[in-house]
Write a new protein. Sequence first.
Length: 178
Amino acid sequence: MRNDIEKILISEDEISRKTKEIGRQISKEYKGKEVLVVGILKGSSVFMSDLIREIDIPLQIDYMVVSSYGTSTQSSGVVRIEKDLQHSIEGKHIIIVEDIVDTGLTLAYIKKILTGRNPSSIKICTLLDKPARREKNVDIDYAGFEVPDEFIVGYGIDYAEYYRNLPFIGALKRSVYE
Ligand code: IMP
Ligand code: MG
């Protein structure tokens, strides 16, 4: 598994420090508010489980599963909801947690759908931001790290469903997916 990694881009330590920082910021900004943290499965699952334990205010969590049509390394922008939220989000303060924003198409779609359900507010938190291939502008409120235009895996992020269990963020060798 580790032999397929070209280089480690972000270490476990760096991830942990950044997660604490974002958690502290969210705890401060959402004090006294009704917060629902929405994770986009499966990529955000590892980050989200660490992040919520760094948030020191009452909150609820829920998950969505979306699939975007396209090839394994390229998203098409056509998104389908495979699993929706369990409860109404009306009047709640939503924080969407994503693993990586690439073209921005997936998040733009999710944000539009959720905005239509009358929450009090919606913010976006992503562990990684890959601005090089952005097609749709999305406002990212909390971002962990900017990454270069390479294929990223680890810490929840997959290639063909593998590598999610790597504890760091790495760039996958081109030979693995080309
Ligand atoms: P977007 O719609 O292009 O912004 O892509 C969103 C989704 O594509 C992310 O949530 C990831 O699941 C996946 N994705 C984008 N870039 C990468 C990558 O470098 N490695 C693995 N998955 C990626
Ligand atoms: Mg994802």
